[in-house]
Design a protein around this ligand. Structure first.
Ligand SMILES: *Cc1c(COP(=O)(O)O)cnc(C)c1O
Length: 357
């Protein structure tokens, strides 16, 4: 059964009623013509010839190709300059600065908090439980009349685990604002995307990215899936040409390579298991948190010393030891087999040195 939901309650009134920028080419969608409407360079460009024309602001071809791969309709897709663009637009579409609030569940991805802070939106923090699951009762109690968004990250960064679907469903059922499920690491997890339940929950928003499993971090390509009504609002407030022509073109090509992406994921998962196994034999390692992602959250008996030693060895991992529920923890991305070997060797050497000292 479809949940009843009033999008008007969640979207800021002036944005709900906004007339978007209409690009010169919205009035004529044909490919052939004499285009004297956009003040482009008619002669070509200093680089590839066709870089002289503005790209499709609606990214029609890419969305039509992506939709069947993701099992959604093209009008349920927003494409952004990284997920970070979608995160920022969701905050700006829903939260009036200095007035509204959103809920985050630490420890979690830093951009939710940064985006809220930039937009002068109050952040309500409801920490996850010690096993990094949602405390639904606490979250439901934290919701205020001015709360517009709840950010859920699953698999969660930095803990790496999937969040229990029952808890997410409880929030979707009980909350009359948007529940955003960030699935940046979904390809590494054995679970169906929440984007398959958009028709059931009109307040569900799902984020995914091409930056991780697809290996396209440099292109800056994020996906947001939601009801066509909400997607239309994000499209209305995005910069018109948020994805460049070359980016759209490369995305279109990348979508022919789902199989390659799946093979990369398989390799990374095997390497993750080997890395976890090897780390577990090191005396300085206190705990390796279970991971459904392409990284491991690892607790060390001397996180600060380990971090410093690794930096001296020019091995960079992410220090999460100051983060809620992550005391003593470093977040380690699964590298190539050779990189993981270098890391393990350095950790062994550090521990030998520590024993001698
Ligand atoms: C890496 C990551 C992203 C990806 O952000 P992009 O802007 O698409 O590169 C989004 N959410 C989480 C939780 C991440 O860890």
């Amino acid at each position: 059964m479809k949940k009843s939901f009033d999008l008007r309650r969640v979207i800021r009134p002036h944005i709900f009623d906004l007339t978007p920028y209409s690009s010169a080419r919205d009035e004529y969608t044909g490919k052939i013509g004499v285009f004297l409407d956009a003040n482009e360079n008619p002669l070509g460009s200093v680089l590839s010839k066709d870089y002289n024309r503005y790209p499709d602001p609606h990214q029609v071809l890419a969305k039509e190709k992506l939709a069947p791969i993701k099992g959604v309709k093209p009008e349920q897709i927003f494409l952004g300059n990284g997920s970070d663009e979608a995160i920022d637009l969701l905050v700006r579409a829903t939260c009036t600065p200095g007035q509204d609030s959103l809920i985050i569940l630490p420890p979690t991805y830093g951009m939710y908090e940064v985006s809220a802070a930039i937009n002068d939106v109050e952040i309500i923090k409801v920490p996850l439980t010690t096993d990094f699951q949602i405390d639904t009762e606490k979250v439901l109690n934290a919701i205020r009349p001015d709360t517009k968004l709840i950010w859920v990250c699953s698999p969660n960064n930095p803990s790496g685990n999937l969040v229990q679907p029952e808890a997410i469903e409880t929030l979707l059922d009980a909350f009359d604002g948007l529940v955003v499920v960030d699935e940046a690491y979904i390809d590494f997890a054995a679970i169906t995307s929440w984007n398959q339940r958009l028709d059931e929950f009109p307040n569900l928003v799902v984020l995914q990215t091409f930056s991780k499993a697809w290996g396209l971090a440099s292109l800056r390509l994020g996906m947001c899936f939601a009801s066509s009504e909400l997607i239309a609002i994000l499209d209305k407030i995005k910069p018109p040409y948020n994805l460049s022509g070359p980016t759209q073109h490369l995305l279109y090509q990348a979508l022919d390579h789902v199989q390659t992406k799946n093979e990369l994921v398989k390799q990374i998962l095997a390497d993750r298991e080997n890395l976890a196994q090897a780390l577990s034999t090191l005396p300085g390692v206190v705990k390796i948190h279970p991971s459904d992602a392409n990284f491991l959250l690892v607790e060390f008996d001397n996180a600060a010393g380990t971090m410093k030693y690794l930096i001296d060895e020019r091995i960079i991992v992410r220090d999460r030891s100051k983060v809620t529920l992550c005391a003593g923890c470093l977040r380690i991305t699964v590298g190539t087999e050779a990189e993981n070997e270098v890391l393990l060797k350095a950790l062994k050497k550090f521990q030998q040195n520590s024993v001698i000292a």
